[in-house]
Design a protein. Structure first.
Length: 288
């Protein structure tokens, strides 16, 4: 690790809880490998303490910081500017301090779309089926539309408190892209069957199947899956969810949320340093 000096630039994560985060290992490994005089720390900050924390970080002229739950929307109150994706999504996970101006970005969708490309899946002009309308799902939807996906079918609970937000995001995206986006009820099995038959990619962007509830699955069975349908689950604990096991048995190309996690961090790293994160080194280090 690069020794901390009087010139060391601070980057950090603000959220609650944050003790479990692998972001410090990702970023500090990368700083060290590239010989950059930066350090990355975690601070347990919630919505009540976020304002004071941001004011302090700005005063200290930090290079930038990440946000995780519960701060991704609250942070909007304290920023000077938003990237197009962050403005559309209405949530920020990365802040850049540019000459005293705090600029908010959302790298979650970028991270997911890079993981799609990594697995050699072409969704340009094609249809994808997306389960969920939470923060990650919204970021994926927005970036997919901006990256020229042809059509997105979103499935969500009719009682979800996020429905007004996703409708607002869809309205914004209609002005920024040619992607056609439709919302369906989770209980509409006919619509889901039709959507999967048309789709090149199926994405579970919900927490269904995450540890410790590993027996849960967003699909009742594998009958709706076909061999030429790629399947993604943004969960990476467990490494292979029940959905991904079903997809593997069907012969589908499938992957979990680990690459998304790496690539969203890599995008933040590039925003702060101007350099590419050594992703393969980070992947190897985390694997150990």
């Amino acid at each position: 690790m690069i020794p901390i000096t009087g010139h060391t630039k601070l980057t950090c994560l603000l959220g609650s809880p944050v003790a479990h985060s692998i972001s410090p290992m990702m970023h500090n490994t990368s700083f060290s490998a590239l010989g950059l005089d930066y350090v990355y720390l975690c601070f347990d900050i919630n919505e009540q303490t976020l304002g004071d924390a941001v004011k302090a970080l700005k005063t200290m002229d930090v290079k930038g910081f990440n946000l995780t739950m519960p701060n991704k929307t609250k942070i909007l109150e304290y920023l000077d500017e938003l990237s197009p994706a962050a403005k559309c999504i209405g949530a920020v996970n990365t802040v850049e301090n540019k000459d005293g101006k705090l600029i908010g970005h959302n790298t979650d969708g970028i991270g997911f779309m890079r993981s799609v490309k990594e697995h050699c899946i072409d969704v340009t002009g094609k249809t994808i089926t997306l389960m969920g309308i939470g923060g990650a799902a919204t970021a994926i939807c927005a970036q997919a539309a901006l990256d020229n996906v042809g059509e997105i079918h979103i499935f969500a609970r009719s009682t979800s408190r996020y429905l007004p937000r996703i409708r607002e995001v869809i309205q914004k995206l209609s002005a920024l892209s040619s992607c056609k986006i439709s919302i369906f009820d989770n209980d509409d099995k006919t619509a889901l069957k039709d959507s999967l038959e048309q789709s090149a990619l199926f994405v579970n962007a919900t927490s269904v199947g995450m540890a410790p509830n590993t027996d849960a699955c967003i699909l009742e069975d594998s009958s709706l899956l076909k061999k030429d349908l790629a399947v993604a689950d943004i969960i990476y604990n467990p490494w292979e969810t029940k959905l991904l096991k079903m997809a593997k048995e069907k012969g589908c190309t499938s992957f979990n949320g680990y690459s998304m996690l790496l690539y969203q961090g890599a995008e933040a790293f590039k925003i702060w340093t101007g350099q590419e994160m050594p992703v393969e080194l980070v992947r190897e280090t985390l694997g150990k």
